[in-house]
Design a protein around this ligand. Structure first.
Ligand SMILES: NCCCN[C@H]1CC[C@H](N)CC1
Length: 292
């Protein structure tokens, strides 16, 4: 380890480690689920780290939060009831709140320390919790979903960490089945789906499971997040059987010039062109994802 630098070392990306220069460690703690750390970096603003893995930085969190939220919500007319699993930093809530059609935002986050630390060190991210439509449940998303009545939500966003630690079950088939049950016909889900450069095997399994469960449509999208491993992150976008959903052509655009987004500050990353482009895959990924 180089003094003054944080290196992201994990068995999920063997042989490589992204490093960020550390100016000052601001918080270190251990919750019931994981180690939590916040540091002031030299060039990426404040950084949130869980069990040694970068979750977000102030400089590039916009890319992930905007894409994971607007890829599903801009693909259906009038989303009204939205559920967020994970997302304890509040960033996805901030983005969901831009949609004036949304009436109810439920969130189930397992680790209260993540929520408290985000409110203390990342107020521009945790601002999402302030929206009056938000109802917070601190608990396990797997159990939460089992109790949700069939067809409750228009959209569910699974903003998870990696499948090592508390989020492991969020990548398994029973969880995808409970997501599908909780969605209305033609409802949409969007989950964090790792890196096409590092995790094609994990992605292959997720796609195979989703194709069995989501009879509407199954799509993989990806985007650039400099501080995530290999500099990219992917998303599974699925729709249940019902009114058809064409993820590649947003029917509910929320481009930067939309009046109702002014209250939340401008969109820094998402727009309708990058929405459609996100579904264009390199050949080595297409051959796996389209063949499942
Ligand atoms: N809400 C913060 C983002 C959580 N998702 C991240 C995706 C990339 C992973 N290596 C770490 C978690």
């Amino acid at each position: 380890v180089i003094p003054g630098w944080f290196s992201e070392i994990s068995p999920l990306w063997p042989g490589e480690a992204h490093s960020i220069k550390v100016d000052k460690i601001l918080f270190q703690g251990k919750s019931d689920y994981q180690n939590v750390m916040v540091f002031q970096s030299s060039t990426y603003g404040k950084v949130l780290v869980l069990d040694g893995v970068i979750q977000l930085t102030e400089r590039d969190e916009c890319a992930y939060q905007e894409m994971i939220t607007h890829l599903p919500l801009c693909s259906i007319q009038n989303p009204k009831k939205v559920l967020v699993i994970g997302g304890g930093d509040g960033g996805v809530l901030r983005e969901v709140a831009r949609h004036s059609s949304v009436e109810k935002i439920d969130i189930c986050e397992i680790d209260k320390m993540v929520i408290d630390v985000s409110k203390q060190f990342f107020p521009s991210v945790a601002v999402g919790f302030e929206d009056p439509r938000v109802t917070l449940q601190v608990g396990d998303g797997v159990a939460f979903l089992k109790a949700v009545p069939k067809g409750t939500y228009d959209a569910i966003i699974v903003d998870s960490s990696d499948p090592i630690g508390p989020a492991q079950e969020l990548f398994e088939k029973p969880f995808f089945e409970s997501l599908a049950k909780a969605l209305r016909p033609g409802g949409v889900m969007c989950t964090q789906a790792e890196s096409i450069w590092l995790h094609m095997h994990i992605i292959e399994d997720i796609v195979a499971n989703c194709r069995q469960i989501f009879k509407g449509s199954v799509n993989y999208a990806w985007t650039s997040v400099p501080t995530y491993p290999s500099g990219v992150i992917g998303f599974m976008l699925c729709a249940t059987e019902g009114p058809p959903v064409d993820f590649k052509h947003p029917i509910n655009p929320i481009d930067a010039d939309d009046s109702h987004v002014k209250t939340k500050g401008p969109l820094k990353f998402y727009n309708s062109e990058i929405h459609s482009a996100a579904f264009c895959l390199p050949s080595f990924a297409k051959v796996v994802i389209d063949s499942k």
